[in-house]
Design a protein around this ligand. Structure first.
Ligand SMILES: Nc1ncnc2c1ncn2[C@@H]1O[C@H](COP(=O)(O)OP(=O)(O)OP(=O)(O)O)[C@@H](O)[C@H]1O
Ligand SMILES: [Mg+2]
Length: 266
């Protein structure tokens, strides 16, 4: 086991996204996962039925005690849906996680369309967390919201990445899953340059939690000392295998097979 990842995100009762996807991903890639849960969601493969937020001070308390005792080699944030929780997470990172790489997945909406971020919270997310991120991983709608640019092509994704750097993150990964094309390109912009990661779109409805899984897999690579481009490449390989091996559960966007790397004991 190598690489401690602390994840601040919401619980998905369906087990396919959020904290559950995060813990499985870190484990499947040989890392150690710790968590600060920001909200409970009553969620299935179709939609988010209800959200029960955790008080901001208690989110901060989870981060404080874990960072003091266990420590972290990377911190990843997912669903942090309100201004007080964004501020609590940002303050906890600054106070107890100084110098620890930070991956911010700016979660806006769930796969089924449910809003996971209060409208007023996008600005707080941008100033408090994205500004000090090692990597920010927006999908196309999130990149559009954060930059005000329309994105219809991979060149538009590159322009948005350039604009996102103005918020202050070291690196930006614009995920291309939402563009309507047979091949999907994820675009990484970092101090080493711009790299495009391209693969065939897998025809499947089982894509619940792909965004959480990808960002957390990258965070695991960073925690394990991989370079950013290598961490993205491994994360994409893992994600594609997990989509291909999906167990076929639920009536909506079904979960992935996060255990695709695991051989069960006989
Ligand atoms: N059908 C698919 N086949 C192959 N790769 C996919 C597919 N759908 C998404 N991906 C990959 O999954 C990752 C997440 O991309 P996407 O743009 O869907 O993020 P997201 O919208 O944040 O996901 P989520 O809705 O789970 O939060 C990217 O690496 C993308 O290339
Ligand atoms: Mg997402």
């Amino acid at each position: 086991m190598k690489g401690r990842v602390l994840i601040a995100a919401g619980s998905d009762s369906g087990g396919g996204a959020g904290i559950q996807a995060d813990i499985k991903t870190v484990t499947a890639l040989g890392g150690y996962a710790a968590t600060a849960i920001t909200a409970l969601t009553a969620q299935d493969t179709r939609t988010v039925h209800a959200v029960h937020p955790v008080p901001a001070a208690f989110v901060a308390e989870q981060m404080r005690v874990v960072l003091a005792d266990i420590g972290a080699d990377c911190i990843k944030t997912g669903m942090i849906h309100s201004v007080p929780i964004i501020e609590a997470v940002a303050e906890s990172v600054a106070a107890h996680g100084a110098g620890v790489p930070l991956v911010v997945d700016p979660v806006l909406v769930a796969k089924g369309g449910a809003a996971l971020l209060e409208p007023s919270a996008m600005d707080a997310l941008a100033t408090a967390l994205i500004g000090r991120a090692t990597l920010v991983t927006p999908n196309i709608p999130e990149a559009e919201r954060l930059t005000g640019l329309g994105i219809a092509t991979v060149d538009d994704m590159a322009r948005a990445a350039e604009r996102l750097h103005r918020l202050g993150p070291e690196a930006v990964l614009v995920k291309g899953g939402h563009l309507d094309s047979d091949r999907i390109t994820d675009l990484l912009s970092h101090p080493g340059g711009i790299e495009r990661f391209e693969s065939a779109r897998i025809e499947s409805r089982h894509t619940h939690g792909t965004g959480c899984t990808l960002a957390t897999a990258i965070a695991t690579g960073i925690a394990q000392g991989m370079g950013l481009a290598d961490a993205v490449a491994r994360a994409r390989r893992y994600l594609l295998r997990a989509i291909e091996a999906a167990p076929g559960l639920g009536a909506g966007h079904g979960p992935l097979n996060h255990a695709v790397t695991v051989t069960p004991e006989a």
